[in-house]
Design a protein around this ligand. Structure first.
Ligand code: SF4
Length: 199
């Protein structure tokens, strides 16, 4: 029998790796189906999705490239294609004469909403996890992401576990900035107040 990813090894850590790999493949396959059906590359779709979810409306090529783990020239090519398709527009960045602010057009927002709907089964799968166990699952996955970030394999992590405001006190971790207890279910994945922990 063929295996297309890591095989369960003797330890739980191998099973966790294999499980995350299966999950990643499922998400990637769902994205690829949607992208193909809409004449987009996978990267173009990811740009549309990110801009559709972006709380900060001042997205730039450099920040998106870092978030998606690609070079700025590669991201620029994807942006140019999306612009040509009428899904995205560039406007001058008032803070940096050499940079552009990227925003979705109404048609681009429409595609982003359709992508959310198409990827709905992934969210449904997360909902299928019993509420009492979701926090622990979130914490375990964020710990893996933080390790990869520290190892330099992920260039952007805006979660609590790599934030300078994260404090591990005797009563449990908390956020020094917001003054809230960081129980597993409170951990943030993409926090607008995140400050990378100093080395
Ligand atoms: S600022 Fe945000 S990311 Fe940082 S510890 Fe507080 S809640 Fe978490």
């Amino acid at each position: 029998m063929w295996h297309h990813g890591p095989v369960d090894g003797p330890g739980l850590e191998h099973k966790l790796y294999a499980a995350v790999d299966r999950l990643g493949n499922a998400v990637r396959a769902a994205r690829r189906r949607f992208a193909t059906a809409h004449g987009l590359s996978l990267l173009q779709l990811q740009v549309v999705e990110l801009l559709g979810h972006e709380a900060d409306p001042r997205a730039r090529v450099g920040t998106l490239a870092a978030e998606l783990g690609v070079s700025s020239p590669t991201l620029s090519d994807a942006v140019a294609s999306l612009e040509a398709k009428g899904l995205l527009r560039r406007s001058p960045d008032p803070d940096d004469g050499r940079a552009s602010i990227l925003t979705l057009t109404p048609e681009g927002r429409h595609v982003a909403a359709d992508a959310d709907a198409a990827l709905g089964p992934i969210l449904d799968a997360a909902r299928a996890v019993a509420p009492a166990r979701r926090g622990a699952a979130l914490e375990a996955i964020l710990e893996m992401i933080a390790s990869l970030y520290r190892a330099g394999l992920i260039s952007v992590d805006e979660s609590c576990l790599t934030c300078d405001h994260y404090e591990a006190g005797p009563a449990g971790p908390s956020c020094a900035l917001l003054g809230i207890a960081l129980r597993p279910e409170n951990l943030r994945v993409r926090c607008p107040d995140h400050v990378p922990v100093s080395a």
